[in-house]
Design a protein around this ligand. Structure first.
Ligand SMILES: [Zn+2]
Length: 430
């Protein structure tokens, strides 16, 4: 294989070159995977996540020093009674060298995704999120000048901010809810030069998140026995599984897949319910009854994805089946207690979702779901908001235009967006 990597479809077994491909050309319902020619993990002398660029679907790197940071916990490990606890932190924590200024691991996804798109000449990326994902893409846009189209419900636009001016963001606000924004985003992607970010289907997003498993393993010198993360779509769990398989093939870090211990926030726990029932399908009436009401009650609303890649081939169900492990349903109170404990003992405030993961680890020890003498990797997916608010500037993203829910892309809106696209001067592959 001459290329650095090829894409592989676990559905039909086909292997083919990447043209910013999100789906199997044969139409399989499966997540494509990147297969790297280099089977050994080679660490590059590059900033942040690009230390792991050998196993990222990109050729170059970006001038951004923001990657996962791992360390051996003393305080939390002792408090919980765990002998070997590696914490991999993605967020803002300058004393530990953690420089993700939007305070969330979504920057791990946004950086390689933006670069892959640019290198493949596929166009301008479109994102529908006013949460951590939207913020991360805006930040990468601000740092690199990479244009991005973001579509969000009007009231949520305030949740998008960056720590540097982001002048290449086309923010479109929708008078409606998230589903309306997603629907409008899909229409925007029908315009020439604009492509969807692809969510779990994007190998750059998954391999970007997979650097948490790489960093934690390199830091402790071996694969963990257990991997803990709170999940909304579960894509982080899939990414951890894929990265662990590569590390096993490398041969230097161990030969057993870490058990995945994935958590959700009550009362919205569709994957926990489907897992307990042993089902490859999520049945909405049983697994997420009355979703609006339960989503409104969780403390970590980033964990409330209604369409996670659960049953798809190579998805979360398969990751759990391959690696063993289990799922946890964590209450708001348990998460808040765990977040307070972490801040007291380890010294940094947590994102509500990361607090859910800490609570699940406490539960695993209490209930003896894990052997506390073995090696644990805790993925702390976000934190440092209080520090970032003290240290860093905060820039609001001004809306470019707005639309009514369900109105569709009318002529003048379409022209405005196309004019913005042409001003970005992005080379688009014919
Ligand atoms: Zn296929």
């Amino acid at each position: 294989m001459k290329e650095k990597y090829l894409l592989h479809c676990p559905g039909c077994g086909r292997l083919f070159p990447d043209r910013y491909t999100l789906d199997c050309p044969g139409g399989c319902d499966a997540l494509l995977r990147a297969v790297y020619a280099e089977r050994r993990l080679i660490l590059e002398s590059l900033p942040g996540i690009f230390r792991y660029s050998g196993w990222l679907p990109i050729e170059g790197h970006l001038p951004i020093d923001a990657g996962p940071v791992s360390y051996e916990s003393v305080g939390l490990a002792r408090e919980l009674g765990v002998s070997h606890l590696t914490i991999t932190f993605s967020g803002y924590w300058p004393e530990r060298g953690a420089g993700m200024e939007t305070c969330s691991f979504k920057e791990l996804e946004a950086q390689p995704t933006a670069l892959r798109l640019r290198e493949k000449g596929a166009g301008i990326i479109q994102v529908s999120s006013a949460g951590n994902t939207g913020r991360a893409f805006c930040q990468v846009s601000g740092l690199t000048g990479t244009p991005v189209v973001v579509v969000v419900p009007t009231p949520a636009a305030d949740r998008l901010w960056t720590t540097v001016p982001a002048e290449n963001v086309c923010l479109i606000t929708i008078d409606g809810d998230y589903s309306d924004s997603i629907a409008f985003g899909r229409e925007v992607c029908t315009l020439p030069g604009i492509v969807p970010e692809g969510g779990a289907k994007n190998v750059a997003r998954r391999d970007g998140m997979g650097t948490v498993m790489l960093d934690g393993t390199v830091s402790s010198g071996r694969l963990p026995d257990y991997y803990f993360q709170a999940v909304g779509s579960g894509t982080g769990g899939i990414a951890a599984w894929e990265a662990a398989e590569r590390l096993i093939a490398d041969g230097r870090f161990g030969s057993r897949l870490p058990e995945l211990h994935l958590s959700q926030n009550l009362p919205f726990v569709p994957m926990v319910r489907a897992h307990e029932a042993g089902r490859r399908d999520i049945v909405p009436s049983e697994d997420m009854p009355d979703p609006e009401a339960s989503i409104a009650r969780v403390s970590a609303d980033v964990l409330t994805n209604r369409h996670p890649p659960w049953g798809i081939r190579g998805g979360v169900f398969d990751a759990l089946a391959a690696s063993g492990g289990r799922m946890y349903a964590v209450t708001n109170e348990e998460a808040q207690d765990a977040g307070r404990l972490f801040a007291e003992i380890e010294g940094i405030d947590l994102d509500p979702a990361a607090a859910v993961a800490v609570a699940s680890l406490a539960c695993a020890v209490d209930e003896r779901f894990i052997d506390p003498k073995k090696h644990v990797l805790l993925n702390v997916t976000g934190g440092g908001y209080e520090r970032a608010a003290e240290d860093l500037d905060r820039h609001r993203i001004e809306p470019f235009t707005w639309a009514r829910a369900g109105a569709g892309l009318d002529g003048s809106l379409r022209d405005d967006i196309l004019e913005w696209v042409s001003e970005q001067g992005v080379a688009v592959r014919a």
